[in-house]
Ligand binder design. Structure first.
Ligand code: NCD
Ligand code: ZN
Ligand code: ZN
Length: 435
């Protein structure tokens, strides 16, 4: 079957290492079918799902059950995080045997009432995971600081959206990032800092990297594109943990992506229902919004605007995530044939994001009404179209596989993968020359 890809760019499918697909637990917000359909429409061929589902993914039995649900419904490939909490340290070896992509540790409370471990428990957890070679992804916000702030603000009668930010000033993240890096250095555990939201966090991250700590970092489109200036416009919808911050934070985070301090883009796709998001309660726990479907268009808009090259985008969206979690070159590179894991995008397609039309069950986000340029037209996961001509391909429910089963398959030829990386770069250059 020949596909006419004239005018389209071929990119490695994006790997979104931070999504919340809510299954099992909250099917009214999202499930594996709707979440991975959203991914397919967004040019995302692999997602890593967070463990704050019900029950939290904290032991091998629960993990196996979740693998089964995901394998039945997923249109794209996936990895599952294991929950690393005070009560689950002993389950680490079994979770690794069960095929977790890595671990997630919540240093601060967010959605799902997952208690954050003490520093002592964190040290133990890091020691245990270090033995396994797996990476620990951290929600790096210090609970005790946030709780004190929130109590004080509530007592002072503050219930405006900006109080949500005031309860989580950047120092909450700076302290947590620094502590996580110190524990990583001490124990040798590999770590990943999730959702970097502020310029302030970049210093401890840079310093840790310079000392040789095995730490990677991600930021999300909300911290690159949204700021406190958007609070009035989006009210409760924009509430997310960590919060979007003052606009001055955006440029330093872009620069940190460019210089490699921040390694990748993930979305923290965190669907909630419209009723939950529009409820007039800024202390409600329903923080976050969908994003897996709109990340690529939002970022490609910046490629079009000349802020970065296509190869920068590929590095942040696919190559670095694949390398960090040992999936390269099976993922994160362009291949043809039965291994193809790619997105074909129309880079010149200008359109406006409309929440009513997104695949995610959570049809409410601060991306609504945003003008973007760039649209995935087809998405191919391991050689099979899952989204074609902006339509979900029938029969691809259940095509998605856990990456731990894919890792066991023989690796494709790295030289070809590198050649195609070069091809992307040079085709981009010729596009730039033509422009
Ligand atoms: C996430 C969620 O809703 O699960 N919410 C959020 O605001 N980011 C949890 C999280 O990533 O911390
Ligand atoms: Zn988080
Ligand atoms: Zn999250």
């Amino acid at each position: 079957e020949i596909l006419d890809a004239k005018g389209l760019h071929i990119l490695p499918g994006a790997i979104d290492v931070h999504v919340h697909f809510r299954d099992p637990g909250y099917p009214n917000k999202e499930d594996w079918e709707s979440g991975t359909a959203a991914a397919a429409f967004g040019g995302v061929t692999t997602v890593f799902d967070m463990p704050n589902t019900i029950p939290p993914t904290g032991n091998a039995e629960i993990l196996a059950a979740k693998h089964k649900i995901a394998a039945e419904k997923a249109h794209v490939d996936f990895g599952l995080y294991g929950l690393l909490g005070e009560d689950t340290i002993d389950n680490v070896p079994d979770l690794v045997k069960g095929g977790v992509i890595g671990f997630k540790l919540y240093m601060g409370n967010t959605f799902g009432k997952i208690p954050s471990p003490s520093t002592g428990a964190m040290l133990e957890a890091f020691e245990v995971v270090a033995e396994t070679g797996k990476r620990i992804s951290l929600h790096a916000e210090t609970n005790t600081i946030m709780e004190r702030r929130q109590t004080r603000l509530t007592q002072a009668g503050r219930h405006d959206p900006l109080a949500h930010i005031a309860s989580r000033p950047a120092v909450v993240a700076v302290e947590a990032v620094s502590r996580a890096c110190i524990l990583s250095e001490w124990t040798g555990a590999r770590i990943h800092i999730l959702h970097i939201s502020s310029a302030d966090e970049l210093r401890p991250l840079r310093e840790a990297k310079a000392r040789g700590v095995d730490v990677t970092g991600e930021t999300c489109p909300q911290y690159l594109f949204l700021s406190t200036d958007d609070y009035d416009r989006f009210a409760g919808v924009i509430r997310v943990n960590p919060p979007v911050r003052e606009k001055e934070n955006q440029e330093p985070i872009w620069s940190a992506l460019a210089d490699g301090t921040v390694d990748m883009i993930a979305t923290d796709h965190a669907p909630h229902t419209p009723e939950e998001k529009t409820r007039n309660d800024i202390w409600a726990v329903d923080c976050g919004f969908p994003g897996v479907e709109t990340q690529m268009p939002a970022m490609l808009t910046e490629v079009n605007a000349g802020r970065m090259s296509i190869s920068d985008y590929v590095r942040w969206s696919a190559f670095n995530p694949a390398r960090t979690w040992g999936l390269y070159p099976r993922k994160g590179a362009i291949q043809v044939g039965s291994d193809a894991d790619i997105a074909l995008v129309d880079l010149g397609h200008a359109w406006t994001i409309d929440d009513a039309k997104i695949q995610s069950r959570s049809k409410i986000s601060p991306w609504h009404g945003r003008k973007v340029k760039g649209l995935p037209i087809h998405t191919i996961v391991r050689g099979r179209f899952v989204m074609r001509d902006r339509t979900l391909v029938p029969g691809t429910r259940g095509h998605g596989r856990s990456v731990h089963t894919i890792q066991e398959m023989p690796a494709p030829d790295v030289r070809n993968a590198d050649k195609t990386m070069k091809a992307v770069t040079s085709s981009h250059r010729s596009a730039e020359n033509a422009a």
